[in-house]
Design a protein around this ligand. Structure first.
Ligand SMILES: NC(=O)c1ccc[n+]([C@@H]2O[C@H](COP(=O)([O-])OP(=O)(O)OC[C@H]3O[C@@H](n4cnc5c(N)ncnc54)[C@H](OP(=O)(O)O)[C@@H]3O)[C@@H](O)[C@H]2O)c1
Length: 284
């Protein structure tokens, strides 16, 4: 076995700390940085509402903060709980990065926008979150600090975890028809594409601050569900409904397509390509 101190490659590898390591994005980040010295911390290893634990040396040179409260409806009932994770957790991640002299990437969301526009949101557009979740994520962007990369993305899906692709595959196998909202438009983004774009941002040492990194193209949830059934070969009809029919606790933006206006912004593949790649890797 080769030891780190005799392995010339090990010396060049960065210690990359991933928080929320068992989430959809946390797993994809581990894959995208697999050639580095990744320290992956799930909630059991670090509950980010608490100060950082003692870490094994060496200190990280990069912190990828993927831990978050992502239950959008649940945040309406427990906004303090959501804030403790999203705002408090990001403050702790920033503290850790500062103490280690590491760079920080914090992830944020299209739900910081109110969705009143009908053309893509760019980084300089003013946020105005409609939900408790969106408010905590906007505050978290501030908590990340000016030296962080703040990556806003949208409608994440992956082969594991809780997401619309997995939900539709399950429902499509059980039912002949599903009702899906057709009055919210966004960019369904495959986490592996987001993780690769994040790596491009970091490795290219692009300027810090807010970046919009989301899949090319846009659609409504109903259009996305139709594409899932079509690509997966499932004969299930999609009945298009309005958000009002679902009466969910949290309001969502009607339009939250994200694009970057920043020079050199990493470009992600189209959401249909992300869906194809995800379905090819998913356990069915
Ligand atoms: N999902 C989306 O559609 C979406 C869209 C835009 C932006 N984002 C942002 O992208 C990032 C990653 O989201 P995701 O989709 O990967 O979410 P996810 O699958 O829900 O993963 C979040 C992870 O954070 C962990 N976590 C929750 N509370 C924690 C705590 N107190 N301490 C440590 N870990 C904790 C969760 O652990 P448990 O499993 O134990 O709860 C989970 O593993 C988040 O910042 C999210 O706001 C997500």
């Amino acid at each position: 076995m080769e030891h780190a101190d005799t392995d010339p490659l090990a010396a060049r590898r960065r210690r990359v700390l991933v928080t929320g390591a068992h989430g959809q994005l946390g797993r994809a980040l581990q894959e995208a940085f697999a050639d580095e010295d990744v320290l992956a911390l799930g909630r059991g290893a670090w509950d980010v509402t608490l100060p950082p634990p003692e870490l094994p040396p060496p200190p990280p040179s990069l912190v990828l903060h993927a831990a978050a409260w992502t239950d959008v409806d649940g945040a309406e009932a427990d906004p303090q709980g959501a804030a403790a994770v999203n705002v408090g957790g990001t403050m702790h991640a920033a503290e850790l990065a500062r103490a280690a002299g590491a760079s920080l990437v914090a992830f944020s969301t299209d739900y910081v926008f109110d969705g009143e526009r009908r053309e893509p949101y760019v980084e300089s557009d003013g946020p105005n979150p409609l939900s408790a979740y969106g408010r905590t994520k906007l505050q978290a962007e501030g908590a990340a600090g000016e030296d962080a990369w703040v990556v806003r993305s949208s409608w994440l899906f992956a082969e594991q975890g809780t997401n619309v692709v997995r939900t539709m595959l399950r429902l499509g196998a059980e039912r002949e028809e599903v009702a899906v909202v057709d009055d919210q438009r966004g960019c369904p983004t495959y986490v592996s594409h987001l993780a690769a774009a994040t790596r491009e941002l970091v490795d290219g040492d692009l300027p810090r601050g807010v970046w919009h990194l989301a899949a090319k193209g846009d659609c409504t949830w109903a259009e996305f569900a139709e594409a899932i059934f079509e690509q997966a070969g499932i004969a299930c009809r999609v009945r298009r409904i309005g958000s009002g029919e679902l009466a969910r606790p949290a309001a969502r933006p009607a339009y939250s397509v994200l694009r970057s206006e920043r020079p050199g912004a990493p470009q992600l593949p189209h959401w249909r390509d992300g869906l194809r790649e995800c379905l090819a890797r998913i356990d069915r």
